[in-house]
Design a protein around this ligand. Structure first.
Ligand code: COA
Ligand code: AMP
Length: 630
């Protein structure tokens, strides 16, 4: 059956489609039905089922006789080490860690924060929580202590599992002092912390609170898998929203299992024994879905890569990993390929490795620019598949489903809507627009299994953020269009989210940090085009009257403040002091116009502008930073 038939089959009978997909999961109590609409427009899936995620990701493969199959390969050029863990070893390691957590009181429904670099123990921690029905929340290592503190207060974890350090090419990231500072800042205190001591840095433990990974597990009774109901939260993952506090996206257990399992064959064309590699980080949704859960649920070998696309040691690292481990499906962000292309424009390095087992390259996280896609197609010589998704959905909304049918690639488009998603482009009034016309991209409710049913402890915010603007639809926050062949094009965000090196950041949250500087009276942050990272944040600062400070000092302090409050991941390195910000007569900052001037693209004087002369000052300021050259 081709894509069109599968999609139409889903549309005609979604219940039958998802009940069929549910057969790929090993249930404790199978679901009697898929959709539960008793609280519409809040929908849930497989609510009357009982299941355990860890059982499906680990134990069932051991039970099926695949004890010796490699579950995880850790390939770490930054520590010059490689390690393999079989499914049988993984089962023992996860059951033991879960047993230790249980012995310290962690139970079904308790939250556990995981703050770890790209080591297999990060996956083991996630799976150990899943084994107990505890709800994990992984925090990316590039966030500052203050961001970790916000997450501690929001999800109130019973325990935190962390590593002593992470390793960036140019420095050791001292996780433990960041963890200590975050716990000091937070109102909520965890009962205990488990610290994985890495040989690159041994952290000092806080007596009475911290316990070392190995000591913690010594002599404990391994834990069995605890069945949970289908709607039980598997995890919470925080992501940037419009301004202020991050949103805690909740992932429901059963829908997550069913949908991820389905995507492994339908989209990635992978099954048991295949090697799957997502070069992301466990701190992001790609890492949750495609480093940890989906490949393991499908019985694949997953690669945990601790390194960068370039500089660890060179721009051939990705091809070395693919060749050495026989990767079949490779998933990365366009920015990583841009970094490689910059160092190897003629694609010499891929030719020096045997990439014959590679079937396709998948891109997501940001718009895949045509130059990068063409470079990859030419030099890697496999289909390069752009696909579009969000933390909220957990898997692709639009893709080219190679396991169903390889559709013709249209460069610039993540191809077509996947079964489960009725994607529509709407105008401001919520009416569908004709093919080819730009509008807000929305998905008709209900969203499919595995997508967010709510935000952690913030149902009103969930409804307000996603369901209220276009009643009956989920608002994606992306704008774009659908062409005559049904291909989707994602063009921009409709909110203040920017995408820096495939990382989703809120300019509103950055403005809140800058506004906290004592000399800053007013500010704005915009995302300007960046050849490597897609977008890059730039700040505009208006200083308080009488602030007799040198502009460059304030800028340097603001750059440092952003690193301290949000973290290095914000990549906030450029800001300028200006007298005033360009605004409409009603006082709205003209961020869109600033971006167009910065990018050197065509722009029109906004009819509503209060004082056009301000744009000259903004243009001059942008030129000092190397922008506005058009
Ligand atoms: N822990 C601590 N710090 C981290 C970190 C982590 N896990 N990841 C990144 N950082 C830091 C970096 O060290 C850097 O700090 P610096 O300002 O001191 O140099 C800062 O955060 C910005 O990092 P990054 O955006 O990664 O930029 P880079 O210049 O180090 O690398 C790329 C550029 C393109 C190679 C890199 O961004 C990359 O590999 N991107 C792919 C992203 C990706 O896969 N995203 C997943 C979405 S699917
Ligand atoms: P995140 O939640 O971090 O995965 O970021 C999701 C956002 O990244 C989306 O809403 C888009 O704005 C952007 N994005 C992800 N994948 C793509 C893609 N393939 N093409 C264009 N934008 C994308």
């Amino acid at each position: 059956m081709g894509y069109r038939a599968v999609y139409e089959g889903w549309k005609a009978d979604p219940e039958a489609f998802w009940m069929q997909a549910a057969q790929g999961i090993s249930w404790v109590t199978p679901p009697s039905r898929a959709l539960n609409e008793t609280r519409a427009p809040l929908y849930e899936w497989f609510t009357d089922a009982e299941v355990n995620t860890c059982y499906n990701a680990v134990d069932r493969h051991v039970d099926a006789g695949h004890r010796g199959r490699i579950a995880i390969i850790h390939d770490s050029p930054v520590t010059h080490s490689k390690r393999e863990i079989t499914y049988a070893e993984l089962q023992t390691r996860v059951a033991t860690l879960a047993g230790a957590l249980r012995a310290k009181g962690v139970q079904k429904g308790d939250r556990v924060i995981i703050y770890m670099p790209m080591v297999p123990e990060a996956l083991e921690a996630m799976l150990a929580c899943a084994r107990l029905g505890a709800i994990h929340s992984v925090v990316f290592g590039g966030f500052a202590a203050a961001e970790l503190a916000v997450r501690i207060d929001d999800c109130t974890p019973r325990a935190i599992i962390a590593a002593s350090c992470g390793i960036e090419p140019t420095r050791v990231v001292h996780y433990k002092p960041l963890l200590d500072a975050a716990i000091d800042m937070a109102t909520h205190k965890p009962d205990f912390c488990v610290i994985l001591q890495r040989e690159q840095e041994v952290a000092s433990l806080t007596p009475g609170r911290d316990v070392a990974w190995h000591t913690f597990q010594y002599g404990v009774t391994p834990a069995e898998c605890v069945p949970v109901s289908g709607d039980h939260p598997a995890y919470i993952l925080y992501t940037s929203g419009t301004t202020g506090a991050p949103k805690g996206v909740v992932r429901p257990t059963a829908g997550h299992l069913v949908a991820l399992n389905w995507t492994m064959r339908a989209i990635y064309d992978c099954g048991g024994g295949d090697v799957f590699w997502a070069a992301s980080d466990v701190g992001w949704v790609v890492g949750h879905s495609y480093i940890c859960y989906a490949p393991l649920i499908a019985g694949c070998t997953t690669i945990v890569f601790e390194g960068k696309p370039v500089g660890t040691p060179d721009a051939g690292t990705f091809w070395r990993v693919i060749a050495e481990h026989g990767v079949r499906a490779f998933f990365t962000a366009p920015t990583a390929l841009r970094a490689i292309k910059r160092e190897d424009p003629n694609g010499k390095l891929p030719q020096t490795y045997d990439l014959s087992r590679l079937n396709a390259v998948y891109l997501a996280g940001e718009r895949a620019d045509p130059d990068t896609v063409i470079w990859a197609q030419t030099h890697i010589k496999v289909p390069v598949i752009d696909h579009w998704w969000q933390t909220e959905t957990g898997y692709a909304i639009a893709a080219n489903p190679l396991g169903i049918e390889a559709l013709p690639v249209k460069i610039g488009s993540p191809t077509v809507a996947m079964p489960g998603y009725d994607v529509q482009v709407l105008d401001e009034g919520g009416h569908p627009v004709p093919a080819g016309q730009l509008g807000a991209i929305a998905v008709k409710l209900p969203l499919p299994p595995g997508t967010l049913p709510t935000l952690w402890g913030a149902e009103d915010r969930f409804v307000k953020s996603y369901l209220s603007h276009f009643p009956g639809f989920y608002e994606t926050g992306d704008a774009g269009y659908i062409d005559d062949d049904g291909y989707l094009y994602i063009m921009a965000r409709t909110d203040d989210v920017i995408n820096v090196a495939g990382h989703r950041l809120s300019t509103g949250a950055m403005e809140e940090v800058l506004a906290g500087h004592k000399d800053v009276a007013e500010c704005c942050v915009v995302g300007v085009a960046d050849a490597l990272k897609g977008q890059s944040p730039v700040g505009f600062l208006c200083l308080n009257k009488g602030a007799a400070r040198a502009a460059e000092d304030v800028v340097a302090e603001c750059v440092a403040l952003m690193r301290e409050k949000i973290g290095p991941v914000a990549d906030f390195k450029r800001a300028v002091v200006v007298d005033r910000l360009p605004k409409t007569r009603s006082g709205k900052i003209l961020r869109g116009t600033i971006v167009k001037i910065a990018d050197g693209t065509e722009w029109k004087m906004p009819a509503t502008i209060d004082d056009p002369a301000i744009l000259d000052e903004i243009t001059a300021a942008l030129r000092t930073l190397g922008y506005a050259k058009g």
